[in-house]
Design a binder for this molecule. Sequence first.
Ligand SMILES: *Cc1c(COP(=O)(O)O)cnc(C)c1O
Length: 393
Amino acid sequence: MKLPVYFDYHSTTPVDPRVLETMLPFFTEAFGNAASALHPFGWHAAKAVETSRRQIAAMIGAQEKEIFFTSGTTESANLAINGAKDIYGEEKDHIITQITEHKAVLNSCRALEEKGMRVTYLKVDERGRISLKELEEALTDKTLMVSIMHANNEIGTVHPIEQIGRLTRAKGILFHVDAAQTAGKLPLNVEKMNIDLLSFSAHKMYGPKGIGAIYIRSQNPRVRINPQILGGGHEEGIRSGTLNVPAIVGFGKACDIAVQEMKSEGERIRGLRDRMQAAFCSRLDHVYVQGDPERRLPNNLSVSFAYVEAEPLLMTINSEVAVSSGSACTSGKTQISHVLRALGLKPELLTAAIRFGLGRFNTEEEVDYAVEKIVAAVQKLRCLSPFYPGKSS
Ligand SMILES: *Cc1c(COP(=O)(O)O)cnc(C)c1O
């Protein structure tokens, strides 16, 4: 077992060795520019890009021509929101999103508010769920877009995308979905879910960093997006710039593997997550699990050990276990994540939240090791805490 053991798969994942292997030739002998139409170097690169586009489209039930390469979910979400506003914003000046979205979506919406758009930020309940009724009531004939993430990257709550898609489709409103945490992990089908725009990244699903895609619906209805990066007209003019062929090849392979292995891998990882959660709950008291127990990412465990601050806890064990907290300590002041804040947790739990993200390369041995280390560290810190009431553990 290699230390520290990695439980931060929501933040990024290692490249799968099978993915790396398919990428390598495209750095060296097959280095061509996919836009070079007059020689075999270019043709070879272009062919590899189209193979990858097919693999990516297949994973989400889309057509190849509906997939456009970007640098990742941040860029795709910016492109979806700003690109749609540029085209349709004159007639429709209202966007609906929700408060636990990633900053890629929230800050894109904030910036459009400065330009006169109206934005509704739906609130969530203590499990991180929006109310479909509130969403439906917020829809008007001025609503341009609904942007809701498939699953939350901190607490793992999975939003009812198919039901939302039915509402937006019935009213002819665009539906954008941030699928950074679910692409390659949960089934996604843009037809069944009535998704018009979908954003995702390779590096959250065992592909390389800095490559991602946006799906743009081409029919029923055809969705138009104004490009935000202008240049040589790559990607049908939607996103100019020389294609990162090795990364694109890796992204395609990562999707191919995900399609094959999603089901068995999801079950295995869910088992590991449940084992970890059960161990914490049986060995410690005052343990609180965030998110929706009924609709949660199989690889997510957001947990608070009351009376123990997450940051000092993680700092004491970070050479053994690598995980994230739900707050970031900047210049001595603890910044609590907007997601945890939205849940309305008790103050003592807000700074205690720890986020485990499990993944493909985790083993049962690693889970048991992390549990040992964390239980011991929590017990030690609680002994020192003047606030900790129970000494039963
Ligand atoms: C990681 C993540 C993003 C940002 O992805 P990048 O690859 O960094 O652009 C956006 N949304 C969610 C839900 C994420 O988990």
